[in-house]
Ligand binder design. Sequence first.
Ligand SMILES: [Zn+2]
Length: 98
Amino acid sequence: MSTRRTKQLREEVAVKKLALARDKGCVARWYVGTQVNDTTVPACFGRLEKDEIVSRSRGGSPTDLTNVQILCAGHNVWKEDHPTVAVALGLAKHSWAH
Ligand SMILES: [Zn+2]
């Protein structure tokens, strides 16, 4: 593994710790049972993971605390499956411009 990649991973671990301290759990837990566009937000499931609000593929930073949130594994997958609802709830953004 390259030195650069190692540094990046170390920064990501540090940011995850900060995000966990700030969010104190899955941020989607506040929306469980909320109905948006005929979709009901499911209950939390699985381990807590670091998630990017603006995804890496859209240019979001994985090491910027303002772009990082904590989601459980279940809501991480759910967010991928329901991008429109995730954006409506503020769990995802298409880009910094919106
Ligand atoms: Zn959750």
